[in-house]
Structures are given as C-alpha cells and as structure tokens.
Design a protein around this ligand. Structure first.
Ligand SMILES: CC(C)(COP(=O)(O)OP(=O)(O)OC[C@H]1O[C@@H](n2cnc3c(N)ncnc32)[C@H](O)[C@@H]1OP(=O)(O)O)[C@@H](O)C(=O)NCCC(=O)NCCS
Length: 185
C-alpha cells in the first residue's frame, strides 16, 4: 500500500475499514459547512471510499482520496485528495477532524500532498477552491505560498445556497522557489 510520509502525519489510500471514522467527522456541520459533499449515512461514506480511494495510480477527472494518519498514534484524523481535471493542473481538497484541528496537521497534510503531486506528475500548478469565509482554509493556503487568482461571486451551489468561490493557485516554480523539498520525506 502506498504511504506518503509527512512530518507528523502520513497519507495512505483510504480503506473500507476507515468508513465509520470518516462518517463521524465528515457528517459534522462544522466540517461540511463549506464542502459540496457530506455523507448522509455510513453507506454513503463507504461508497465515497470505494469510488474515490486512491489506488496506486491517479485517475483523471475524478477525485483521488487519501486517508490522513496521525503519527505515531496511527489514528485516522482526516482525508485529502486531488482531481486531475485540467491539463497540467490538479485541484486539491482537505479535511481534518475538528478535535485535531489547529495543530498544524492540515498544513502538514497539504504540504505532503503537494510534494507528492509535483514529484509524481508533470503538473505546472495546483489549484484550491475555497469559500472566502473559510478562514482556516485560506490561512493554510497562504502559509503554503498559494496566491489568490480569482474571486467568483455566487459560483457554487451548496445545499441550495449560492456561495462565493476564492480560487488559489500554487505554481511549481513558487513551490521550489520557496525552498520546499521536491521529494516526499
Ligand atoms: C481547513 C482545515 C483542513 C485546516 O486544518 P488544521 O489542521 O486546523 O490546519 P492547521 O492547524 O495547519 O491550521 C491552518 C491555519 O488555520 C488556522 N485555524 C485553525 N483553526 C481555526 C479556526 N477555527 N478559526 C480560524 N483559524 C483557524 C490556524 O491557526 C492556521 O493559521 P496560520 O497558518 O495563520 O497559523 C480544517 O479547518 C478543516 O478540515 N476544515 C473543514 C473542511 C474544510 O473546510 N476544508 C477545506 C475545503 S476547501
């Protein structure tokens, strides 16, 4: 099984054994508030894992999801993923369970994912789309040298409400230029 080592977390493919924990945090309002997807049931969470779990190779035009594992506890604390939807570009998404937020795990997770993506794929940039009100997400992206490239009012419909999109990009040269390693540690 592919394991990508971060600092205090590792990324590995989501597994059906992760279903109950993934359901427990993804179904919390504070977690799904700014996200399109939420599991209505444990069966939804299982279907998500079976449909989108990363399995050795990136699949285009759909999400490829990893489990975020805290080290050394080995506990599942979140998930993250990427979608290869445009030539040379990957969009990323990330979630950490609320009880373990604010400790740098989100930043570590996204940093590890970016390093993996730039290492393994011929990408020129990585994109993240977030709600302009999602302070923790924006703070995380800015810390990792993403820059705001567009603001689109009422661009995404989330549970019947039209929400604004803030789109951020990180170009390969900025990542390397910031002194980040190109090799997953
Ligand atoms: C975005 C998210 C992954 C960040 O995870 P995290 O583990 O808290 O991330 P970090 O600890 O690395 O913190 C990232 C930044 O957010 C800040 N932060 C954390 N919790 C915060 C809160 N409740 N309010 C404001 N800022 C907060 C941290 O201080 C840090 O800011 P800094 O870089 O200025 O120091 C997490 O909040 C989350 O899962 N949110 C719900 C899902 C979601 O919205 N995902 C993004 C979809 S685009």
């Amino acid at each position: 099984m592919t394991t990508i080592k971060g600092h205090k977390i590792n990324l590995r493919p989501l597994d059906v054994a992760d279903t109950a924990v993934l359901f427990s945090y993804r179904s919390l309002p504070e977690v799904y508030r700014y996200q399109q997807w939420l599991p209505e049931s444990v069966a939804d969470a299982l279907s998500f894992i079976e449909s989108y779990g990363f399995d050795r190779q990136a699949i285009r035009d759909r999400w490829n999801q990893f489990a975020v594992i805290e080290t050394p506890s080995g506990q599942l604390i979140g998930d993250c993923g990427f979608c290869l939807c445009s030539e040379g570009e990957a969009e990323i998404g990330y979630t950490i369970m609320p009880t373990l937020q604010g400790r740098g795990h989100g930043t570590d997770c996204v940093k590890t994912l970016i390093t993996f993506l730039f290492d393994q794929l011929p990408l020129h940039s990585i994109k993240a789309v977030t709600d302009p009100g999602n302070r923790p997400s924006i703070s995380l992206l800015q810390r990792l040298a993403f820059t705001l490239t567009s603001l689109s009012p009422k661009a995404t419909c989330i549970r019947g409400e039209l929400c604004d999109d803030a789109t951020y990009h990180l170009r390969r040269e900025s990542w390397v230029g910031e002194g980040h390693s190109q090799t997953a540690s």
